[in-house]
Design a protein around this ligand. Structure first.
Ligand code: 5AD
Ligand code: SF4
Length: 444
């Protein structure tokens, strides 16, 4: 079959798409670049906020219209929304043929067979024990995503993820290291360790190393760069900070979602730390890792958030001086405790606060990015930017960096002198080459 996959949501979903694509290719199917050319379109969905759900609804509506108009199209739905009753109701309403939850993605070939040979629809919502097959990265892959654990044992009251991805399961050390070495052998320059809560890797499992130990083991392969996401402040222990400080190839970049600066709100969110503890962790990180870059997630307008609570978020932002933040308006998700028990704030209040927070983020990102001007950063140059004039890459500290296209003949790691900065992007000049690189012709 000719298949196209559309991915929404986080990096976990991108990794799942990669798994699905490998399975499809192994099963003799062909991947096409545009939905118009496909016989099967798979939507890898996200359910964390209302907006990505609305996007899925509009796509499903579009596909149904095309089917009614006579297009021979099979539609598949996977990802977090597929695991929820909400998603299953949509699947029924829009005549989705294949529905596989995040715990069952390896069922995809079975699903296609059921549809193709028996004309049946196929649903699978199981949580399988080991979803991980060894994936050889496609040629010229620079960044390898490597899932080390799945699921989440926290119960933040706003969050649907514990329901969609189930409880935490850590992957075996052997299979992680096998995949890391396979990536290295295939020329991958950067390994991104992924999990809903990477810091609880191995918790309660005496047969597994801790996350800090795992980080050191992956770094010891000698891969040029190791990054990881996402961390929960609750499990962000000193040994992780030490491993980051001591391993040269572990990137000095930390994404540590705080969600709110107010203890009252943190309690209602059931986040297990308080403002003072979060600031203590940040202080330790800054003391041990000079020039570290820190980003966060913040939700504004959580039910019951007062002006005073919101101002506490702003002052926390100033105290940390985040390099970057992902900011979200609270979205009441059916099935979460906060949806059931708390009353949503008026939309105008949420919009107004989000606007103020974005102003603060711009101010800080501008200031934090400006500190790199005149200095060299190591940049993994990955692809041609949309305007065609620049190549785009990411620094060790996860900045988006643009360099003029004519200065680069190969993709891969480069030394770049930073010339100017905006809140979102650094602009630089190539100052030197780095590791094994991929000829630029292959970048298009
Ligand atoms: N509303 C708004 N933002 C949310 N997030 C998770 N659930 C919600 C929700 N119901 C945000 C959190 C999380 C990020 C991935 O998405 O900030 O860290
Ligand atoms: Fe990722 Fe969470 Fe969205 Fe699922 S719901 S795709 S885990 S962000």
């Amino acid at each position: 079959m000719l298949v196209h996959v559309i991915t929404h949501g986080c990096q976990m979903n991108e990794y799942d798409t990669h798994t699905i694509l490998s399975e499809l290719v192994a099963g003799g199917h062909q991947i096409v670049d545009t939905p118009a050319d496909a016989e099967l379109i798979i939507l890898n969905t996200c359910a964390v906020r209302g907006k990505p759900v609305e996007k899925v609804i509009s796509l499903l509506g579009e596909f149904r219209k095309q089917k009614l108009a006579g297009r021979d199209l099979t539609v598949g739905m996977m990802g977090c929304l597929a695991q929820l009753e909400e998603g299953q109701a949509l699947a029924k309403k829009f005549g989705v043929d294949i529905l596989v939850g995040p715990g069952a993605i390896t069922d995809i070939l079975k699903a296609i067979e059921a549809v193709e040979t028996r004309g049946e629809s196929f649903w699978s919502l199981d949580f399988k024990d080991d979803l991980h097959s060894y994936l050889t990265p496609p040629p010229n892959t620079l960044t390898g995503f490597l899932t080390i654990m799945r699921g989440c044992n926290h119960h933040c009251t706003y969050c649907i993820v514990p329901q969609t991805r189930g409880p935490e399961v850590s992957r075996s050390l052997e299979s992680i290291m096998h995949e890391a070495r396979a990536m290295q052998a295939a020329g991958v320059q950067e390994i991104y360790l992924l999990g809903q809560n990477v810091n609880s890797y191995g918790l309660g499992r005496p047969d597994l190393p801790s996350f800090a130990e795992l980080l050191r083991l992956v770094a010891a392969t000698g891969i040029p760069r190791v990054k990881f996401t996402t961390s929960h402040p609750m499990n962000f222990t000193s040994d992780v900070i030490d491993a980051m400080a001591e391993c040269d190839n572990v990137c000095k970049y930390i994404h540590l979602p705080v969600q709110s600066g107010s203890d009252r709100v943190l309690r209602r969110m059931a986040r297990e730390y308080r403002r003072a503890r979060y600031l203590e962790i940040i202080a330790e990180i800054k003391a041990k890792i000079p020039d570290v870059v820190i980003s966060t997630d913040i939700i504004v307008g959580f039910p019951g958030e007062t002006e005073e609570d919101f101002e506490a978020t702003l002052t926390l932002y100033d105290e940390v001086g985040f390099d970057h933040a992902y900011m979200f308006m609270y979205s009441a998700r059916p099935g979460t405790p906060s949806y059931k028990h708390f009353k949503d704030l008026p939309r105008e209040v949420k919009t107004e606060r989000l606007g103020r927070l974005i102003e603060r983020q711009k101010y800080w990102s501008n200031r934090r990015n400006a500190r790199w001007v005149g200095r060299n950063l190591r940049v993994l140059v990955k692809e041609v930017a949309t305007d065609g004039q620049y190549l785009v890459g990411h620094s060790d500290q996860n900045h988006t960096v643009l360099v003029p296209k004519e200065q680069v003949r190969t993709l891969g790691l480069h030394e770049v002198r930073i010339d100017s900065a905006t809140p979102h992007t650094l602009y630089g000049t190539v100052a030197g080459f780095a590791t094994e690189a991929i000829p630029l012709m292959m970048a298009s």
